[in-house]
Design a protein around this ligand. Structure first.
Ligand SMILES: NC(=O)c1ccc[n+]([C@@H]2O[C@H](COP(=O)([O-])OP(=O)(O)OC[C@H]3O[C@@H](n4cnc5c(N)ncnc54)[C@H](OP(=O)(O)O)[C@@H]3O)[C@@H](O)[C@H]2O)c1
Length: 258
């Protein structure tokens, strides 16, 4: 008998994925749906993608809600709607986020505020707003980035916003245990069709330098979410798990010493 065979069966579990209709969030949503979960997927602009989920997962319990997480009023509306469903939430994946690149010398207060409002303030107040709806034994998963610990000239405000998410994770984990575990995932570069057009050279360089010689697949972020949402990670809280194919192990200049 395999004692742990059912550990990743999310049947009858209620899982929220923010930004769950597009980008990496869509793959995270698929992973949870295919593990049996009832999902609540929020979107900001990608409402059209709801039909893709309805067509591909007929008979599954999938709910959709428009949430602009940079807007505190929208967060309150979402919390009220969620409360009206009369369900307890077993997992919240805080995936939605923005990362418009801008040189550190060109970042204006509005750029900085937009980044913080969406990536940091939104997560904080979303968790606060739905805290009472989180089930005992539930799991919150915040999505950060390896930019939280690795500065990049054109992503300074992004890195700052994600560093705050990692600290937020520790604060929430401390405050909301033992009922709720809160963890964070810091992805490296996630593979996307056509991304080479936006950042020429990056994908090849990433593959070459990372020990696994590949980019991260969004599904791999989803699988890490499954682990953190499951009882397999029952003693883990307040942690950030890096999922980057080992890119941060790329040889630094010390390796060039004779
Ligand atoms: N891609 C990477 O290589 C990478 C690496 C490290 C970390 N990450 C992180 O992974 C997460 C997903 O990234 P991604 O690459 O999938 O990004 P993406 O393709 O640009 O998608 C962003 C997602 O966030 C949602 N969103 C944006 N602004 C929002 C707002 N104000 N309110 C609510 N939802 C909003 C979008 O929803 P709509 O489409 O409905 O507007 C979309 O689902 C982000 O937190 C990002 O920082 C990504």
């Amino acid at each position: 008998m395999n004692k742990y065979a059912g550990a990743l069966d999310f049947s009858a579990k209620n899982v929220i994925i923010t930004g769950g209709l597009s980008g990496a969030g869509k793959e995270i949503s698929k992973v949870f749906i295919e593990s049996g979960a009832n999902v609540i997927l929020t979107y900001n602009h990608s409402s059209d993608a709801a039909s893709w989920f309805r067509e591909n997962y007929p008979g599954h319990d999938i709910k959709f809600f428009r949430l602009d997480q940079s807007d505190l009023g929208s967060i309150e509306e979402f919390a009220a709607w969620l409360g009206s469903l009369d369900v307890k939430v077993d997992c919240l994946v805080n995936n939605a986020g923005i990362y418009p690149a801008k040189d550190i010398d060109d970042i204006e207060p509005d750029d900085y505020d937009a980044m913080m409002d969406t990536n940091t303030r939104g997560l904080f107040f979303l968790v606060k707003a739905i805290r009472h709806l989180l089930a005992e034994g539930s799991s919150v998963i915040n999505i950060s980035s390896i930019n939280a610990t690795n500065p990049a000239r054109k992503l300074a405000h992004y890195g700052i916003s994600k560093a705050a998410v990692e600290m937020m994770t520790r604060s929430q984990a401390q405050a909301y245990g033992p009922e709720v575990r809160v963890n964070c995932i810091a992805p490296g570069l996630i593979f996307k069709q056509g991304q080479e057009e936006f950042i020429p050279g990056w994908t090849e360089s990433y593959k070459e330098r990372s020990p696994l010689h590949k980019l991260v697949l969004a599904e791999e972020i989803g699988k890490t979410c499954l682990f953190l949402a499951s009882d397999l990670s029952s003693a883990i809280t307040g942690q950030t798990i890096t999922v980057d194919c080992g890119i941060q192990l790329a040889p630094c200049f010390y390796n060039e010493l004779e």
